[in-house]
Design a protein around this ligand. Structure first.
Ligand SMILES: Nc1ncnc2c1ncn2[C@@H]1O[C@H](COP(=O)(O)OP(=O)(O)OP(=O)(O)O)[C@@H](O)[C@H]1O
Ligand SMILES: [Mg+2]
Length: 297
C-alpha cells in the first residue's frame, strides 16, 4: 500500500487468504461463507465493503472482531493473529440492542463496565462522546423516548466511548430512513476525520461506500471472494461540497453498479483464465474437507 510520500504504508489489519466455513448442524457438512479473501487496511484508513446479501461481509467483519475463527488463512492486527475480541476493536451492529431500562448515559457506560482498562472513564467522557454523535441533552432519556436514528447514535457512542483504534461497522444505517441515513453518513465522516479511527464499514449502498470510503471492496456472491477493489479519489470532507457531482464519483459509481449487477467481474474473468470450471463450484463441502480447523463463533 503506497502512501503519498511514496513510502509503503503499514498495514494495520491483514486479512490473509481467509476462508470461513460454517458447520451445518443438521448434517456433517459446511457452508463456505468466504473463500480465500486477502485484503489489508492501513492505519487511519476507511475501507468500505459492498456486496450482495449472503456474500460473507458480516463474516469478514466478525473475523476481524475476533468473534469468528478462520477455517483457513489468518487475520492479523499489527502482525499478530486475531484470536478473540479486544478493546482495540469495537463493532457497531445494525441493531444495537440497547438496554431499555437504562438511560442513554447508562447505555453508553455499559460498554465500558466490562473493560477494566476503561473503568476510569468519567461522566465527562461520556458526555463528550454523546456530544460527538449529536445527543447532547439526551443523557437522561430512555431508548423508548428516542427515534430510530437517535438509537443508532447511542450505538455509535457506545462503540466510541471505549476509544477503540478500529471501528467495525456492519450496515449501521440499515434500519433508518433515507434522510437520517444521509445526515448520519455526514456525521460519521466528520467523526472519523476528528478521531482518525481505522474503519471497516459494510454496506449495501454504492453511494455510502463511495462517499465514506478511502477504498471500496466488492465481494462476489457466496462464497464471498473479492471481485473488485478501487481507490476513492475524492477530497475530504466530502459533505462540504457536492461530491456526487464530481467526475471521479460518477465514474466509480458506474463501475460499481456494473460489477454489482454482474456485467463485470474481475475475479471471475481472472479465474476463468486459469481455472475453467469455477463457476459451478459447489458451496457446500463434505466434512472430510474440513477436518483440520473447524470454525466457531
Ligand atoms: N452462524 C452461521 N451458521 C451457518 N451459516 C452461516 C452462519 N452465518 C452465516 N452463514 C452463512 O454464511 C453466508 C454469509 O453470511 P454473512 O452473514 O457473512 O453474509 P452478509 O454478506 O453479511 O449478508 P447480508 O448482506 O445479508 O447481511 C450466508 O449465506 C449464510 O449461509
Ligand atoms: Mg451481514
Amino acid at each position: 500500500m503506497a502512501s503519498e510520500d511514496g513510502k509503503t504504508k503499514r498495514a494495520m489489519i491483514e486479512v490473509d487468504r481467509l476462508t470461513v466455513a460454517y458447520p451445518l448442524a443438521r448434517e456433517s457438512t459446511f457452508v463456505i461463507a468466504v473463500e480465500n479473501v486477502s485484503l489489508d487496511v492501513a492505519e487511519g484508513e476507511v475501507l468500505t465493503i459492498l456486496g450482495p446479501s449472503g456474500c460473507g461481509k458480516t463474516t469478514v467483519l466478525n473475523t476481524i472482531a475476533g468473534l469468528v475463527k478462520p477455517t483457513a488463512g489468518e487475520v492479523r492486527l499489527d502482525g499478530k493473529p486475531i484470536t478473540r475480541p479486544g478493546p482495540d476493536r469495537a463493532v457497531v451492529f445494525q441493531q444495537h440492542a440497547l438496554l431499555p431500562w437504562r438511560t442513554v448515559h447508562d447505555n453508553v457506560r455499559f460498554a465500558i463496565e466490562a473493560q477494566p482498562a476503561r473503568r476510569r472513564t468519567s461522566d465527562d467522557d461520556i458526555r463528550r462522546v454523546l456530544g460527538l454523535v449529536g445527543l447532547e441533552g439526551f443523557e437522561s432519556a430512555y431508548p423508548r423516548e428516542l427515534s430510530g436514528g437517535m438509537q443508532q447514535r447511542v450505538g455509535l457512542a457506545r462503540a466510541l466511548v471505549a476509544d477503540p483504534r478500529i471501528l467495525l461497522m456492519d450496515e449501521p444505517f440499515g434500519a433508518v430512513d433515507a434522510l437520517t441515513r444521509e445526515i448520519m453518513r455526514q456525521e460519521i465522516e466528520r467523526i472519523l476525520i476528528e478521531t482518525g479511527k481505522t474503519v471497516v464499514f459494510v454496506t449495501h449502498s454504492i453511494d455510502e461506500a463511495v462517499l465514506l470510503g478511502d477504498r471500496v471492496v466488492v465481494f462476489s456472491p457466496r462464497p464471498g471472494r473479492i471481485s473488485y477493489m478501487a481507490d476513492v479519489n475524492l477530497e475530504r470532507p466530502r459533505y462540504a461540497y457536492d461530491a456526487r457531482a464530481e467526475p471521479g464519483y460518477i465514474d466509480l459509481r458506474e463501475q460499481l453498479w456494473e460489477i454489482l449487477v454482474g456485467k463485470r467481474d474481475q475475479a471471475a474473468r481472472e479465474s476463468d483464465e486459469s481455472i475453467s470450471d469455477t463457476s459451478e463450484r459447489p458451496v457446500v463441502l463434505s466434512s472430510h474437507d474440513h477436518t483440520q480447523q473447524q470454525p466457531s463463533k
